[in-house]
Write a protein that binds this ligand. Structure first.
Ligand code: HEC
Length: 153
């Protein structure tokens, strides 16, 4: 009789501990994009995890992006491949993933701290790009303008 209780107790314990373990594992339906994975994929680090590019270009975004460029970026970035304070934007959309570009624009301080490619640029340019409080939507518009600048239709 004693051993039977023992077996039952063990079974109960096992059941309980399995159940408890299951409760702790993260649910697989929530997509997790850990920072290290983003960095390894060349997407940088920040709020922007996934950008869907569309063809043809969104003309309204391109023109809003151009105004933002004229106001906030043109002092340091040319549209050809000449470096002024920052690198020229020619072919930037071919060198970088869209997520990387948008994170660089909206989260520059953390990018300079954690992303190797951003750090290489800092070594090259010797000036930190200032955080200019660009919203995610504005950054998306500038990205569309960069695509147009790189000859996309
Ligand atoms: C005061 C100068 C300055 C301004 C203004 C500026 N940047 Fe920069 N930008 C830099 C520098 C310098 C770098 C290189 C990284 C570093 O050293 O911080 C850079 C890097 C970049 C890069 C990466 C380029 C590459 O070749 O990979 C992007 C994209 C970028 N800036 C976008 C913008 C956008 C968009 C704006 C306007 C909203 C802007 N920048 C305004 C100085 C500036």
């Amino acid at each position: 009789m004693k051993t039977l209780y023992g077996v039952l107790l063990t079974l109960l314990f096992l059941l309980y501990s399995c159940g408890a373990k299951e409760g702790k594992t993260p649910t697989s339906s929530v997509p997790v994009t850990p920072e290290s994975q983003m960095l390894a994929e060349g997407k940088g680090v920040g709020e922007v995890k996934n950008v869907e590019l569309t063809t043809p270009l969104d003309a309204e975004r391109v023109s809003r992006g151009k105004s933002i460029y004229d106001m906030k970026c043109a002092a340091c970035h040319k549209l050809d491949d000449m470096r002024v304070v920052g690198p020229g934007w020619k072919d930037v959309t071919k060198r970088r993933k869209p997520e990387w570009i948008m994170n660089m624009v909206t989260n520059v301080d953390v990018m300079l701290e954690k992303d190797e490619e951003a750090q290489k640029l800092l070594q090259l340019c010797l000036t930190r790009m200032p955080n200019q409080n660009v919203s995610i939507g504005d950054a998306r518009d500038v990205l569309e303008f960069m695509r147009a600048n790189d000859g996309e239709q």
